[in-house]
Design a protein around this ligand. Structure first.
Ligand SMILES: [Zn+2]
Length: 314
């Protein structure tokens, strides 16, 4: 169980937390594009993962995505809310796998859930940038999780007694390998208490928020949040899920060989099981190619929303 192991209550009082959250919501830019995100470069990287801020319960926020062949994307409400909200696209993916037709499976494979874990970090090789959002996939997250579960390390995000992490990245593309180690000695986030406080103040509130049925209200409701999901019915409508031309859409999926698809078990249950700690993470699909893609996610989402708003006005 990841969550119980890493749970850490903020040391701030309730009113201080609320004041900090309100202040942050004023400042947080939701349309930052690649700005504000970090990903490991090839070779040695040293980072410090920050503890939860704002409305976050834990140092990370699970973020699910669905990518459509026409480049539209949607956050997965099921995975992102840890099962609290159903996701029509996950249901569609299950139906497509159950249907079993080649085109259905090809499309299912394309739009299935991609899992990421968002967290605030300080890049020790560029501290001037302040807190950045790191969005690792399962490979890196699993290594951080193992470290936290190991009594020799414990909560590596602790403000005072946490540990800097060394991420070695080797190779590129699908062959990219990541190795995560912790520094030998625990240290505070910064020896300079004022700077540490400033970083925690500037770190993004990554807790999810659900926007309304009205696209016009999106920017207001998502203000202060980097992770937001759409209501169920709106996703169904915006992605035309009720009358999808599977054949046509599958035909636009680039690459991929449908003959190779053997495992047609619905990914939704598996993904949930991983979150609940029931299935070893290695048993599910790796989406490490997501590690590099995340940077432009917000930008794409903003563009998508702007387009949706424009067409809604017409
Ligand atoms: Zn989903």
């Amino acid at each position: 169980m990841v969550k119980t192991t890493v749970a850490k209550v903020s040391k701030m009082s309730k009113s201080e937390r609320l004041a900090a959250l309100r202040e942050k919501m004023k400042k947080t830019d939701t349309g930052g594009g690649g700005k504000g995100f970090w990903s490991p470069k090839e070779g040695r990287n040293v980072i410090r993962v920050l503890p939860p801020v704002g409305g976050m319960s834990f140092f990370f926020q699970e973020v699910g995505k669905h990518n459509f062949p026409d480049n539209r994307r949607s956050y997965c409400s099921l995975f992102t809310t840890d099962g609290e909200k159903p996701c029509p696209i996950c249901e569609l993916v299950d139906d497509l796998y159950a249907d079993g037709a080649k085109s259905s499976i090809k499309l299912a494979k394309e739009i299935r859930l991609r899992r990421g874990y968002w967290m605030n970090i300080i890049n020790r090789n560029g501290e001037d940038a302040g807190p950045l959002i790191f969005t690792p996939g399962v490979k890196i997250f699993n290594q951080i999780q193992n470290m936290i579960n190991d009594p020799d390390y414990g909560d590596v995000t602790d403000e005072e007694e946490g540990l800097d992490l060394i991420i070695n990245r080797a190779g590129t593309g699908l062959d990219t390998e990541y190795d995560v180690k912790a520094k030998r000695n625990s240290t505070p986030i910064s020896e300079d208490a004022d700077l540490a406080a400033e970083w925690l103040e500037k770190a993004k509130d990554l807790s999810w928020v659900e926007v309304s049925d009205d696209p016009e209200e999106d920017s207001e409701l998502s203000k202060g949040h980097a992770v937001y999901i759409l209501p169920y019915d709106r996703v169904v409508k915006e992605f035309g899920i009720d009358d999808l031309d599977v054949e046509e859409m599958a035909a636009t999926v680039s690459g991929g060989n449908v003959e190779e698809v053997e495992d047609v078990e619905p990914r939704r249950q598996k993904a949930k099981a991983v979150v609940k700690g029931k299935v070893p993470v290695k048993d599910v699909d790796e989406d490490e190619d997501e590690e590099k893609e995340e940077e432009s996610e917000v930008e794409k989402e903003v563009t998508r929303r702007a387009t949706a708003r424009r067409s809604a006005r017409r």
